[in-house]
Design a protein around this ligand. Structure first.
Ligand SMILES: Nc1ncnc2c1ncn2[C@@H]1O[C@H](COP(=O)(O)OP(=O)(O)OP(=O)(O)O)[C@@H](O)[C@H]1O
Length: 243
């Protein structure tokens, strides 16, 4: 076992991923192999390495959106709890882990037609049984902190600018208290002021003991928030053949 720290909330052991392109005669595209690292409570681990090396694929495997070829993805809500292996989990168990253990801010917001920004953000709280008025109030406070104009709160985000959509997405991901938080370039289309707010939100989560794993291309953001960088090139099956 590569790590036995009692504070570890997320641990990947020898994870491998490849894609098969069925439209191209079943071409097999290996992406990463032997991916092994861990994230402890109160750490911000940043996935590094060049474009296409497999950073987002690793995050998507941890959310259960991408299948895992081999290996184990172990996660738990508290240091005292036993680990659950996402790779061996049933679809119902994966839904439970997403609801209770892993929060995820994807690169792009999946806007739902006719649902207001406020309700898009509050929805994970509705799903956890938080009363509607309270959930919408908390969603509004976070959107205000992220400088989204209040005039937009009741509108569906489909027509929002890239940065506005991203802030709705961030608010949705940060509103709940998952013990593990995955962030896929949350600051990519933000201006300096909003990037600063997101860094502060990440620091607050870290101080509350959340285990954070993210992709950040912005060097200033990395320097400010990263506890450690895990270079995905070391797991890439492509850089080895290209070298
Ligand atoms: N659903 C998919 N089907 C086929 N190939 C995929 C799929 N998702 C990712 N890939 C391939 O896997 C490789 C790794 O992609 P990934 O998005 O994980 O890289 P990345 O390191 O996050 O890149 P970037 O920094 O550019 O976002 C790429 O070559 C990509 O084309």
């Amino acid at each position: 076992m590569p790590d036995a720290s009692p504070q570890t909330l997320l641990r990947l052991e020898d994870v491998a991923k490849s894609f098969t392109n069925h439209l191209r005669g079943g071409i097999h595209l290996p992406v990463v192999a032997n991916v092994s690292f861990h994230v402890e409570a109160g750490e911000v681990v940043v996935l590094g390495g060049p474009s296409g090396v497999g950073k987002s694929s690793i995050l998507r495997m941890i959310t259960g959106n991408y299948g895992v070829e081999t290996g184990r993805i172990l996660m738990r809500g508290t240091a005292e709890e036993d680990f659950a292996d996402l790779v061996a989990a049933s679809p119902r168990e994966i839904i439970g882990l997403r609801r209770d253990v892993i929060g995820y801010v994807s690169q792009f917001l999946r806007a739902i037609p006719r649902v207001s920004a406020l309700d898009v953000v509050a929805e994970p709280l509705f799903a956890r049984g938080v009363e509607t008025t309270d959930a919408r109030r908390r969603a509004g406070e976070l959107l205000e902190r992220l400088n989204l104009p209040t005039a937009l709160f009741e509108l569906p985000p489909a027509t929002f600018s890239g940065g506005e959509k991203q802030r709705v997405n961030i608010a949705r991901g940060f509103l709940t208290d998952h013990p593990i938080l995955l962030l896929d370039e949350p600051t990519a289309s933000l201006d300096d002021a909003n990037r600063d707010v997101v860094c502060a939100l990440i620091e607050e989560k870290r101080e509350r003991g959340v285990a954070i794993l993210g992709i950040f291309h912005d060097e200033t953001v990395r320097r400010r928030i990263a506890s450690r960088i895990v270079d995905v090139s070391g797991f890439s099956t492509r850089t080895k053949t290209a070298a």
